[in-house]
Design a protein around this ligand. Structure first.
Ligand code: ZN
Ligand code: ZN
Length: 380
């Protein structure tokens, strides 16, 4: 983070910083601004090289991956199965026989919610959808039928196509790191000034006073230390961030060591966000936390951060899998999904609306408002 401008200590005007200068006279109030020296000795860290080494040292496995032609998700097929419905969009995918090397998962959060529980949640959810097209309720009835894997479904005369509820592991990266961060900034301390003014009372000027909050700014600099444990970032390319956010948090403290046995009966998505991309996402999250630490370190009533240079040490990562139950269906060319966090039971769902049911509800609401208006009018 480099600074181009900073506020004048005396009047708050934005001053332009010229590299190499260490004091500046404000052109507005002529106040002298000392510019603190930026922390030195911060070398650029070679994250690409470091992540390349971490990637190389990690245990890898060969995976027979099956990319979905419709949505791009890369999902393993169950053993001895050559075609199945994509759990993320319901399209049929077929194994091509190509395999690729991926970093082996080190940890897994086992399924905590069983299939029949997820199925009843799905039925309950659909049952509560008053505005949903009737076809959707038909889909719900079908998910009660036990089908292995996830077969594509298209009922005769139905405008809906979808997959039954499948258990899928989503890929995540977690990072641990320690940071040392020199910073420069400003500390603002509030004070109150008594201001005199004239108020008009009954057409006559009256002297009055009022308290006005002001901020006294002073330079601040220092170094903060942070320890990060299990900074979790999604490595899935199939679900939008909004959906992942709706699924809520994951209990990373309960991650257990990975074992192939966890995959039996379930499917695993391969990561499409690389280790390096995952680390920059994690860095962005860590830097927000470092900023909070700096603000506490500066103290006062308000803070400004001009520069911070985090240095990362002891970076380690884990590739972990988290469990969801998912059902995807197509309705009039659009993909809708019902997803359950199979640890906490939180639901993230996208749903179609039935046009005529909404119209009917709006008409009923308007009639109700009309009746109220008539009743009120007749009481006058
Ligand atoms: Zn000034
Ligand atoms: Zn797909």
């Amino acid at each position: 983070m480099s600074v181009a401008t900073f506020p004048c200590l005396s009047c708050g005007a934005e001053l332009e910083f010229k590299p190499g200068t260490n004091s500046l006279t404000c052109p507005y109030c002529h106040g002298l601004n000392e510019i603190p020296e930026l922390p030195e000795g911060v070398e650029e860290q070679d994250f690409q090289g470091m992540l390349g080494r971490l990637d190389k040292d990690a245990e890898h496995v060969d995976r027979l991956d099956v990319p979905c032609g419709s949505c791009g998700a890369v999902v393993e097929l169950p053993e001895n199965v050559t075609s199945a419905a994509c759990p993320f969009c319901g399209s049929n995918v077929v194994a091509t026989g190509a395999s690729h090397r991926i970093i082996k998962p080190q940890g897994v959060l086992p399924f905590g919610i069983a299939r029949d529980k997820a199925q009843s949640m799905f039925r309950e959810w659909i049952g509560g959808l008053w505005f949903a097209p009737s076809d959707l309720k038909q889909l719900a009835a079908m998910t009660g039928v036990e089908l292995s894997g996830g077969r594509a479904m298209s009922g005769a005369g139905s405008s809906m196509q979808g997959s039954v509820l499948s258990g899928v592991y989503l890929p995540y990266w977690t990072f641990d790191a320690k940071t040392t961060t020199p910073y420069t900034g400003q500390r603002g301390d509030a004070y109150y000034e008594t201001q005199s003014y004239t108020a008009m009372v009954n057409g006559r000027p009256q002297p009055r006073t009022r308290q006005v909050r002001k901020i006294r700014w002073s330079w601040a600099s220092g170094t903060v230390f942070n320890v990060f444990d299990d900074v979790l970032v999604p490595a899935t390319g199939s679900l939008p961030q909004k959906t992942l956010t709706s699924l809520g948090s994951w209990d990373t403290k309960d991650v257990v060591a990975y074992n192939d046995a966890f995959l039996s009966g379930f499917r695993a998505e391969s990561y499409t966000v690389t280790l390096a991309e995952g680390f920059s996402l994690a860095q962005r999250r860590m830097e927000r936390m470092i900023e909070d630490t700096i603000r506490r370190d500066i103290g006062g009533d308000e803070q400004r951060i001009h520069s911070m240079s985090p240095h990362y040490q002891e970076i380690t990562f884990k590739h972990v899998l988290v469990p969801v139950w998912i059902s995807s269906y197509r309705y009039r060319g659009k993909i809708f999904r019902f997803i359950v966090n199979a640890r906490s039971g939180r639901i993230a769902a996208e749903r179609p609306y039935s046009g005529w049911k909404i119209t009917l509800a709006v008409v009923l609401a308007l009639i109700a408002i009309g009746v109220v208006v008539l009743v009120v009018a007749s009481q006058r």
